[in-house]
Design a protein around this ligand. Structure first.
Ligand SMILES: *Cc1c(COP(=O)(O)O)cnc(C)c1O
Length: 375
């Protein structure tokens, strides 16, 4: 691993989640696995490889760079960039055989031209605006005309269309779905057939089987990060976070720890230094709020959290050694409670784990792969 601080990823649970999602969707619905943000911190390369070897053939990311990273690993699966690709980089979509998301006539024209020069077709999905007001073509007569024009471009292959639900309420989601489907019908009536239609993310998929269409875009649920109230599909958490103490020392009552001498020992005590910090994605704002677990005992993080290290108070009678495993997140410190402590959601925590943390993949209780991204 080359570092004692590491993320552990349980491949059996990843496959368990995938299987349960597959069982939930109909056979003709594509499971689109969302691998953006380094597969929500789980490591995009090995997660993609594992899922691909178990039948997933469609992967979705947010950015061109993420897509290129995966394309360099495997030329065979479908790759969709769900976000915007700036004009200057559009040719990479064609060169790397990546599906782009398009929501303006200008970009469609540019892609068509670039693909013409290459003697090929640019593959795109249209992003449709139905109320999220993030990316997408608003539904109006002018834009329908634009889509008609796009559909006539010889070097543009419109493979799909999608929109994104706000998940505010069943009514608003249904309204978005209907707006999207009305547009699809309008296009069909004009002879434009869009093969891959999709609107559901994890929560949409779980809540609305009737909205699955051709594909569901699943991130959080695949990683076992389900919303408490939406646990219709059985999934298990797959990520845990461990380290080992780098230094253990006794300090005296009244001595302080870390920047600014803000934490003082009330009694003589033993302090352990842990080799992770805010640059690893552990929120610095957890000052004086968080704890870790060693041999099922909880110990508070004391003093300011540093960039690469933090300290815990073991208490005067501790027998913890530098060989003991320290659980930062896992069975005893679950991600749900942790995110609540930070005041954010689980995706925010896991997607923030730094590239410099080795990812250790475990299958059947054995290490099956170690990914060190910065090497
Ligand atoms: C991130 C994302 C998803 C996946 O969302 P989850 O809730 O993690 O399943 C789906 N669609 C779009 C457009 C996204 O940006």
């Amino acid at each position: 691993m080359l570092r004692s601080t590491h993320l552990k990823i349980n491949i059996n649970n990843l496959l368990f989640n995938m299987a349960n999602i597959n069982a939930f969707i109909k056979d003709d619905v594509i499971l689109g696995a969302v691998l953006k943000a380094n597969a929500y911190g789980h490591g995009a390369k090995y997660t993609a490889k594992t899922l691909y070897n178990h039948g997933v053939k469609y992967f979705l990311v947010a950015t061109l760079l993420e897509a290129i990273q995966l394309r360099n690993e495997n030329a065979n699966y479908q790759l969709l960039v769900m976000g915007h690709t700036p004009d200057d980089y559009l040719h990479h979509l064609i060169n790397y055989n990546i599906i782009g998301t398009v929501f303006t006539l200008d970009q469609a024209r540019l892609l068509n031209k670039l693909a013409y020069k290459k003697g090929t077709q640019a593959k795109v999905h249209l992003k449709i605006e139905t109320g999220f007001n993030r990316l997408g073509m608003q539904i109006n007569e002018e834009n329908i005309q634009d889509i008609l024009q796009m559909s006539q471009m010889n070097h543009l292959d419109i493979q799909g269309a999608f929109t994104h639900l706000t998940l505010k309420s069943k009514d608003s989601d249904l309204n978005q779905y209907n707006m999207f489907m009305d547009l699809i019908s309008t296009l069909e009536a004009k002879g434009i057939h869009i093969p891959v239609k999709h609107v559901c993310d994890s929560i949409g998929m779980a809540l609305y089987p009737e909205f699955h269409l051709s594909m569901v875009r699943v991130g959080a649920l695949l990683y076992g990060l389900q919303s408490e109230d939406k646990g219709i599909i059985d999934v298990k958490p797959i990520l845990s976070f461990y380290t080992k103490p780098s230094c253990i020392k006794k300090i005296f009552s009244g001595e302080s720890v870390s920047y600014g001498n803000r934490w003082f020992a009330k009694n003589d005590t033993i302090i352990a230094t842990l080799p992770f910090g805010y640059a690893d994605g552990f929120p610095r704002t957890l000052y004086q709020k968080s704890f870790v677990t060693i041999h099922q005992n909880k110990y508070p993080i004391v003093g300011a959290i540093c960039m690469d290290q933090c300290m815990i108070d073991l208490g005067i009678s501790s027998e913890v050694t530098t060989n003991d495993a320290v659980e930062i997140l896992g069975p005893y410190n679950n991600i749900e409670d942790f995110a609540q402590l930070v005041g954010t959601n689980k995706n925010d925590i896991v997607s923030g784990f730094a590239a410099r943390i080795p990812r250790v993949y475990i299958k059947d209780q054995k290490i099956c792969h170690i990914e060190n991204e910065i090497l």
